[in-house]
Design a protein around this ligand. Sequence first.
Ligand code: CTP
Ligand code: MG
Length: 240
Amino acid sequence: ARTAAVIPAAGRGVRLGPGAPKALRPLSGTPMLVHAVRAMAGSRAVSLVVVVAPPDGADEVQRLLDAYPLTGTTEVVVVPGGETRQESVRLGLAAVPDSVTTVLVHDAARPLVPVDTVDAVVAAVRDGSPAVVPALPVTDTVKRVEPRTGDRAGEPEPVVGTPERALLRAVQTPQGFDRATLAAAHEKIVLEGDGATDDAGMVERMGVEVVVVPGHEEAFKVTRPLDLVLAEAVLARRRK
Ligand code: CTP
Ligand code: MG
């Protein structure tokens, strides 16, 4: 029962603002990707980490990771990614050997996920759930809107619905899968445009049950500049 973690890290980080690819930017002096790799390797279950680098950046990412060697026995390999997250995950999965039965998919942009959350996801997959996602209750009320595009871009958007907040969960990563289930989803499910932002959603579309386990506040995604401030504050608190 080998477990591997695929870390999609090929995004540019447009919402974070201009600069290096998001995963390579420093958090308290250490690249975000290094934090994420350590978070996966910190789980005793994880014996292989596949890092999916920007399409033209695999050599640079390999050199970067060589500069931050892991202390344990976890193997790390780097592969080039694609234009969308879905494509990057597919390319990462292709580098996972057949001997692996459980696959985690973890955003490089969630560098601070605690090891207990990783372990809880792995345990739920090993207990028989083919797809497991860590999630937290939503704190903001969420509205569905009709987006304004083209000539009407910038106009106020009409609200078309308000889902009951108590029934909503905000999902995080690592998401854990039976390897064959995730591989089948990536073979069969083709989404237009930006592709899937969430692997579990692809498994849902195949009619396979996805379950939720408790997520963690520190598994938040670094997306916008304020998230960098929060992440560095979390690291400072851990060092106390
Ligand atoms: N990702 C990827 N390949 C892509 C796009 C995204 O591997 N073509 C990865 C990102 O590196 C990140 C994760 O998917 O670790 C989650 O995506 P997101 O937070 O949207 O990161 P970016 O796409 O880099 O950011 P933005 O959307 O602001 O450009
Ligand atoms: Mg993105």
